[in-house]
Design a protein around this ligand. Structure first.
Ligand code: EPZ
Length: 428
């Protein structure tokens, strides 16, 4: 299993480009199931999760071809409507094929994703929404068995603004009979991107990006062409890298409005932040302060940047209270940050960070999930000496060439490629 070696203490300087958004690309790929023919997506990041989605689409009869950052998906009616456990357990987002399959073919058997490192992550809100649209749903043998003659429009009020639930129902509703209204819909930029693609396909959708989305079902959709939006979480991670290592970094090809909650907190912490239409420059003016952060659905502070921001707070002046409201178990990085010398006390969903500027020291640490891995790499940039992050396959799920991007800014970072599974016995 590959590892990442980080030599800390080098200021970062220069310009780095943001890749396409993972959490948008995956959903766009699944949306292709809604219309037979050739769908074309540009700016698709090269990531393990994108490969997993391609494998799932291929298992459903599609032909997927990648040419650089362009991916074409040629869909046709599948022979089977099953998303197998082997594919779903590799990537929870596979559940997003349920809405499209059910809407287009009136049936789907999708493996239940199970829990993951950051929480139990149920899909009850997705299933309740589909039931409200007239689907018969049964849970048998670890699978969701869903069927419906034709889905019917419904009013669906989510008790939590679920991203995946909003996307699954929005896709399902495009081909339903009548009007579906989703209330307390998630407002993430990736939902707007998906809606924009569905609209290009001929769907009738209003209100994506607000808490009420109205979808008027149509008889048929057609394939289209689309460019994936920039990855705000990757951009945010690179911005925090610039902040934590000191120096002067400009992250280009991003959408600063998607990053407002982060930029607000960085300004409050004392960083110089400048934005243009599609870039963010972060400059360290020295003596950054700890600030409090509470994660929340968009436009609140993203849970997907909580771990990286915590790394920054570990080396800032003062005390920071970090509250995680989205997932129940998203502090797995804390024990690894402690190994680097951080002073963090987690209790349930709140972590108190006592900043130790210059106080981290390199050590071997282990990645537990995607964003936790990123936070350990960032902490390594600020630590004295060498940090080796193992299990970085988590990182490869969601960051395209992170080590190249950081080293182009002057970071001391290198991938240690290994075929051996010598750390396979480590506790997951
Ligand atoms: C998406 O996950 C993202 N994944 C996550 O990105 C991100 O952290 C999350 O949204 C929140 O922004 C993808 O887009 C592929 P949710 P999703 O449904 O859709 C509870 C990353 O690092 N819930 O908004 O699964 C759930 O347990 C990741 O890239 C229910 O209770 O998130 C969680 O506590 C990880 N029942 C909360 O809602 C449901 O039916 C938010 O989940 C659905 C969700």
């Amino acid at each position: 299993m590959d590892k990442m070696k980080v030599i800390g203490g080098r200021a970062l300087r220069g310009t780095v480009r943001t890749s396409g958004a993972k959490n948008s690309a995956l959903k766009l790929l699944f949306a292709s199931l809604l219309a037979d023919g050739k769908h074309t997506f540009h700016n698709v990041p090269k990531l393990m999760d994108v490969d997993s989605s391609a494998n799932l689409l291929e298992s459903l009869g599609a032909k997927v071809v990648r040419n650089g950052h362009t991916v074409t998906v040629e869909t046709r009616p599948p022979a089977s409507f099953e998303a197998h456990y082997d594919l779903v357990r590799k990537m929870r987002a596979s559940i997003l094929c349920l809405g499209p399959l059910l809407a287009k073919y009136g049936q789907a058997q999708v493996s239940l994703p199970g829990g993951c490192a950051i929480g139990s992550r149920p899909i009850n809100l997705h299933l309740d929404g589909m039931k409200a649209m007239g689907a018969e749903i049964e849970l048998r043998g670890g699978y969701v068995h869903a069927s419906a003659k034709r889905l019917k429009g419904a009013n669906i009020l989510f008790e939590f603004a679920t991203v995946g639930g909003t996307e699954n129902i929005m896709m399902a509703a495009t081909l339903a009979e009548g009007v579906t209204v989703i209330e307390n819909a998630a407002k993430e930029p990736e939902i707007v991107d998906l809606a924009n693609y569905l609209i290009k396909m001929g769907a009738k959708i209003e209100g994506a990006g607000t808490s009420i989305i109205r979808i008027e079902g149509v008889e048929k959709l057609k394939p289209a062409e689309h460019t994936v939006i920039p990855d705000r979480i990757e951009a945010g991670t690179l911005i925090i890298a610039g902040a934590i290592a000191g120096g002067d970094v400009t992250v280009t090809d991003c959408v600063p409005e998607h990053l407002e909650a982060l930029l607000l907190k960085l300004r409050e912490a004392g960083y110089g932040i400048e934005t243009s239409a599609n870039s963010v420059r972060v400059r360290s003016t020295g003596g950054a302060r700890c600030v409090d952060v509470t994660t929340a659905p968009h436009p609140g502070f993203p849970t997907d940047l909580q771990a990286q921001f915590m790394a920054l707070m570990c080396v800032s002046e003062g005390v920071s209270v970090i509250t995680e409201t989205v997932f129940e178990n998203r502090f797995m990085h804390v024990t690894e940050l402690l190994r680097l010398g951080a002073d963090v006390t987690p209790k349930s969903r709140v972590a108190v960070v006592r900043g130790r500027p210059g106080g981290l020291e390199g050590a071997p640490v282990m990645a537990t999930d995607l964003r936790a891995s990123a936070s350990l790499v960032l902490a390594g940039l600020a630590a004295r000496g060498e940090t080796v992050v193992s299990r970085i396959y988590h990182l490869d799920r969601g960051y395209e060439n992170l080590e190249q991007k950081l080293s182009s800014l002057g970071a001391g970072i290198e991938r240690i490629v290994s075929d051996s599974s010598d750390d396979a016995s480590e506790t997951p």
